[in-house]
Design a protein around this ligand. Structure first.
Ligand code: GLN
Length: 239
């Protein structure tokens, strides 16, 4: 059994706003510290990509313009990504790509970008941007981060949110829902990047990937003193 974990990074050039690629550094280091290797494979517009050998899929946030640029290419990969989602591949999509994994994103200018439909959710650009520090109660404990989006994402009744907003906006200004979870696919508005200060979520993605290959796989505990101290500081910041 290989000890290499393969991570697909969706559109790093167009969809890496607010340093979301930093999430990959967290995954890489938390694998390395446990003796695993990791390989990042980038998904680029117009380039063929085989998702069958991928253990984790990650995609970051982007401006509306970036979403318009990648939207069509993402749709063309929709069947392969939906198959991976159905097969339980763990995925983390942040903001702009979270929106494009829903049914559609209608920009504040009224342009409609169809999504992959993995999340039963639709996003509409609002005039009021939702910006600031955010704290969310989730199945992975308290999550902290930063949000900056115009899109308000409404979940359909059967769509599970990632968590409940304790401080900040989340999916929209009213529902107090944040993000979405379908199978092992997680969408969130939390930038920061989210994973360095939320090690439980980072390890959830890693363990899910490892246990898809070997049900007995385990992750030894790491000393997350610094990560958790940073999370406490972030949680105490005003919105
Ligand atoms: N362009 C989208 C919005 O403004 C996503 C922004 C982002 O990825 N931070 O809602």
């Amino acid at each position: 059994m290989s000890n290499k974990v393969v991570i697909a990074h969706l559109y790093p050039r167009e969809m890496n706003i607010y340093g979301d690629a930093g999430n990959l550094l967290t995954l890489l280091k938390r694998l390395e510290w446990r003796g695993y290797e990791a390989e990042i494979r980038t998904v680029e517009i117009g380039q063929p990509f085989d998702f069958s050998g991928v253990d984790i899929i990650f995609g970051g946030g982007g401006q509306d313009r970036g979403q318009l640029i990648v939207g069509e290419d993402l749709l063309e990969r929709g069947d392969a990504i939906r198959k991976a989602a159905a097969d339980g591949v763990p995925m983390l999509l942040v903001c702009g790509l979270y929106q494009l994994f829903g049914r559609a994103f209608i920009t504040s200018e009224g342009q409609e970008l169809p999504g992959l439909g993995i999340f039963r959710a639709t996003t509409e650009g609002a005039k009021q941007r939702m910006i600031g520090n955010i704290v969310v109660e989730s199945p992975f404990g308290r999550l902290v981060g930063f949000e900056n989006h115009s899109g308000a994402t409404l979940l359909e009744p059967e769509q599970m949110p990632l968590g409940k907003v304790v401080k900040g906006y989340g999916n929209d200004p009213k529902s107090k829902h944040e993000g979405a979870i379908t199978n092992n696919v997680i969408g969130t508005y939390l930038h920061g990047p989210i994973l360095p200060k939320n090690p439980v979520l980072a390890d959830h993605l890693l363990l899910t990937a490892l246990q898809r290959r070997d049900k007995q796989a385990k992750l030894v505990a790491l000393d997350d003193k610094l990560e958790l101290a940073a999370a406490r500081t972030a949680a105490n910041r005003p919105q």
